[in-house]
Design a binder for this molecule. Structure first.
Ligand code: BGC
Length: 738
């Protein structure tokens, strides 16, 4: 009664206001004041909620899968082969939510006629660009395709830290450093949400390996977590305001992430003030009362869970008082608020929008090009010189396409996969190759040369063909995907032996790696050059050739440490048994916040390639490193100069090392910039350091503390670089939240 009266009063007030402002009265029906775009999201959500029946409220908190699953048929209202659907309330003018995966583009669930869309290169490739603008434009592009395809929720925004180089989903994430990963993912989310499409930061939290993901318990102490995995999420939240957060499959310190009071209520909603809604991962809900009261706002695709926990069971739990009505109202409020805030209500989506695939392929190409990391280039074998008479290209189906990673994030290529039938052909397959042929792109750039392709299955034949070539390009690959970790850091299928044989036959061997993440390189000494090309996406073949031939000067930098052997890792052997999804186990993250290069620094280990490493076809010099402090914030500046002969982009990196204070590791990345310079050109760069990167977290007081003392600032080319320049700065003690 009360709410109906309030609503009437408000409607009257709005009608009067509307009479004063002609536009509002014309477009907003008096009985639906929440449709007035001039009101704030909070007010609109409050009004809409007040108008809803209990059944309508319940409808928002439980979703459906967009495909048949086991014996359950797809809800016909969902878009076919989509990730999910949440019914709207047409009576109130509130649209349904149509969900699609994921971070590389509009994915499809496996089926006869998957959507064919543009794929970005992998998340690690985008992270390797260290270029905020590229991450944004990639996000804006895939968000536009989501909108044109009828989706208003994109399950993109994966920012789990690369603690485990064998993790099968590393290619969906953004590397090992919380600052780099959060910066890049935040930009991507901003780009996606610029289309009035809700993005979903995931998988919250410490879902850092796939083996045993449904049962494992990630163990890590609060302070370490806040300075590593949680910090990455926190920074994304602050910078991009994703509308939604997806809680993960795993448990964290004993409780499942989707019913974890610490994670959802305390950290996310209370400490960080998250205003959006928490959706579960597909099959990550285990209860009704615990999940609802501990912070889950929406059960995704109930078909994946053992029960409709947020269906009738939730209705009953609310009726019986196990879940307060106010809690259900808050769940719905959060969803509605997000829909208003992100423009989902005011800018309805429709299927069948036009997509400019040619333009989008170029967006993907720029991302792929800038993400390629030139790891080694002995004797400047690259860029390839004009005039070669014979070029031999070997392996990885480089004659027809570039590899993609598997699982829910897979974007099916326009025109279909360049190669079919490779196992696994079902989940987490199929194995897909984007039909952008490196071979063709190479041939086009070497008109006078004989360009020969061999599949590399016969290593001896490949070596024979390579022997008299001017240059040999060996493509090596590692297919991996969701629900599947790489059991070894070695390249699969005897590719190490193939590369070794070819490099022995011809020292001018260039290795192009199409891998999810770090791999071992026992042949490194024998090869002349190595280019990390990742999963290169829709325009991958073109992008690779442009870098090899110097049309694009490589400027990617590693977003993860490449270990020299698995024995250097915090867990030399992966925890858990990939064949056993029943026996619970724990992964103890004893390295705490010392993830990646921090662990290597702490233990004095020499990696194969350090975090931040990447070569160029030109050289850069640094000068004038100086520091100042303003409003308690450390500002650093310096000059970078292109001292070489060709145009190029550099990524000067700033690391901070405490001289007295004790951190989890000797130093942390504190900032960087990516600058493009013509030969001889210089640029002043200035970086403001987030104070949390100079502090440690104190769990007792829930605050960050900067210790008074001296801190060394290093201007470096990688985490293992002694520093092209360094200065000491004195910081005062400081405590702050959150
Ligand atoms: C994945 C999520 C994905 C969801 C929907 C799950 O298996 O973990 O990342 O968004 O499926 O496809």
């Amino acid at each position: 009664m009360k709410s109906a009266l309030n609503l009437r009063l408000l409607a009257m007030a709005l009608a009067i206001a509307g009479a004063l402002s002609a536009n509002a009265a014309d477009t907003v029906p008096a009985d639906r004041p929440w449709l007035d775009a001039k009101l704030g999201a909070d007010q609109r959500a409050t009004l809409a909620l007040q108008a809803m029946t209990q059944q309508e409220k319940l409808g928002w908190v439980m979703g459906w899968f967009g495909n048949d699953f086991a014996d359950k048929k797809r809800n016909p209202a969902a878009l076919p082969l989509s990730a999910g659907y949440i019914a709207g309330v047409p009576r109130l003018g509130l649209p349904a939510l149509f969900e699609t995966d994921a971070g590389l583009g509009v994915a499809s669930q496996a089926g006869k006629t998957p959507r064919e869309r543009t794929s970005l290169p992998s998340g690690l490739a985008t992270a390797a660009t260290w270029d905020r603008k590229l991450a944004y434009s990639g996000g804006a592009m895939i968000g536009a395709e989501a909108r044109a395809s009828g989706f208003n929720v994109m399950l993109a925004g994966g920012v789990n830290l690369l603690r485990e180089p064998r993790n099968g989903r590393n290619f969906e994430y953004a590397g090992e450093d919380p600052l780099l990963a959060s910066t890049m993912v935040a930009q991507q989310i901003k780009g996606i949400q610029s289309n009035h499409v809700i993005a979903t930061m995931k998988h919250f939290a410490v879902n850092d390996q796939e083996t045993g993901r449904f049962i494992l318990d990630s163990r890590i102490d609060d302070a370490s977590n806040r300075m590593s995995d949680l910090l990455a999420f926190q920074l994304v939240l602050e910078r991009a305001e994703p509308g939604s957060v997806m809680c993960a499959y795993n448990r964290l310190n004993g409780s499942y992430a989707c019913e974890n009071d610490y994670l959802l209520n305390q950290v996310l909603k209370q400490d960080w003030g998250f205003k959006g809604y928490v959706m579960s991962d597909w099959g990550a809900v285990h209860s009704t009362v615990a999940a609802a009261n501990n912070g889950l706002d929406q059960q995704s695709a109930w078909e994946f869970d053992k029960s409709r926990y947020f269906g009738n069971a939730l209705e009953e739990a609310v009726a019986n008082g196990h879940v307060p009505q106010a809690r259900l109202d808050n769940m719905v409020f959060r969803i509605l608020r997000t829909m208003f805030d992100k423009g989902v209500v005011d800018h309805p989506v429709a299927e069948g929008g036009a997509i400019d695939f040619a333009a989008h392929a170029l967006v993907s190409r720029s991302d792929a090009e800038d993400g390629m990391v030139l790891l080694k280039n002995a004797g400047n074998v690259l860029p390839l010189k004009a005039g070669a008479k014979k070029i031999v290209v070997i392996g990885a189906h480089a004659d027809v396409g570039v590899l993609a990673g598997g699982g829910s994030s897979l974007v099916y290529p326009v025109g279909g996969s360049a190669v079919t039938g490779i196992a696994p052909t079902t989940w987490p397959g199929p194995v897909v190759y984007h039909p952008s042929s490196p071979l063709k792109a190479i041939q086009a750039r070497a008109p006078g040369a004989k360009v020969v392709y061999l599949d590399g299955v016969d290593a001896a034949a490949a070596a024979r063909a390579a022997a008299d070539a001017d240059v040999v390009l060996v493509f090596a690959q590692q297919w991996i995907g969701e629900a599947l970790d790489a059991m070894s850091l070695a390249l699969p299928d005897n590719q190490d032996a193939l590369i070794a044989a070819v490099a022995k036959a011809n020292p001018k061997t260039v290795v192009v790696l199409e891998t999810s993440g770090p791999v071992l390189m026992p042949w490194l000494e024998q090869s002349a050059a190595v280019l990390q090309a990742w999963y290169a996406g829709t325009s991958g073949g073109e992008a690779i050739a442009r870098v090899l031939f110097g049309e694009v000067n490589p400027s990617g930098r590693l977003p993860a440490t490449y270990p020299a052997s698995a024995s250097q890792l915090p867990r030399p052997v992966l925890d858990g048994d990939p064949k056993d999804e029943r026996t619970r186990f724990a992964v103890t993250y004893h390295e705490g916040a010392a993830v990646g290069y921090k662990w290597f620094d702490l233990k004095g280990l020499k990696p194969l390639f350090p975090f931040g490493h990447g070569l160029s076809y030109t050289q850069f010099a640094y000068s004038g490193l100086a520091a100042s402090q303003k409003d308690g914030k450390l500002q650093l500046r310096f000059k970078v100069t292109n001292t070489g002969a060709v145009k190029g982009k550099d990524v000067p990196q700033l690391y901070v090392a405490p001289q007295g204070a004790k951190w989890e590791a000797p130093k942390r990345l504190a900032g960087w910039d990516k600058v493009e310079l013509a030969p001889g050109e210089s640029r002043e760069v200035s970086v403001t350091v987030d104070p949390r990167l100079l502090a440690t977290y104190d769990s007792g007081s829930k605050s960050w503390r900067v210790a008074k003392g001296s801190y060394k600032v290093l201007l470096a080319r990688s985490a293992a670089d002694a520093g092209a320049a360094s200065i000491n700065v004195a910081l005062e003690a400081r405590t702050f939240k959150p």
